[in-house]
Write a protein that binds this ligand. Structure first.
Ligand code: NI
Length: 133
């Protein structure tokens, strides 16, 4: 893909924020920082739409909580078409972490993630995403 150069005018504080962002993310220069910001923004927008994305849903929970494993399994079976795989880790005596790899329409993945995270007993849940088109 060819690279097009263009001039950008920014206020001093925004420029400082861009340089901070660049440093925090170990980006080589301002062009890379801008590229990084645009990509992240576009991915987030895609997440709300019907584009195909891939990602993972991470859940942390106490497996002693009544019906939690049964509820999580039922929701996942109902969405087998967008779930690639899942992995279960026994973190300690009480806590488990489940990482579910997903691929599908952004809106459907968001809905599935919201449904799983809302299960009673989930301590923490997070959906991450990548472009898959
Ligand atoms: Ni476990």
């Amino acid at each position: 893909m060819s690279v097009i150069r263009f001039g950008v005018s920014l206020e001093q504080d925004l420029l400082e924020a861009l340089d901070d962002y660049s440093q925090e993310n170990q980006l080589a220069n301002r062009s890379q920082a801008i590229r990084h910001l645009i990509n992240n923004n576009i991915v987030t927008k895609k997440w709300k739409c019907n584009n195909i994305v891939a990602g993972s849903i991470t859940l942390v929970f106490d497996h002693h909580k009544r019906d939690i494993l049964k509820n999580l399994t039922e929701i996942q079976h109902a969405h087998h078409n967008i779930i690639l795989s899942s992995q279960h880790f026994h973190l300690d005596h009480d806590n488990c972490m489940e990482i579910i790899a997903v691929k599908g329409k952004a809106a459907e993945l968001t809905k599935l993630s919201d449904q799983l995270i809302a299960v009673k007993g989930i301590h923490h849940g997070k959906l991450t995403m990548s472009r898959a088109d």
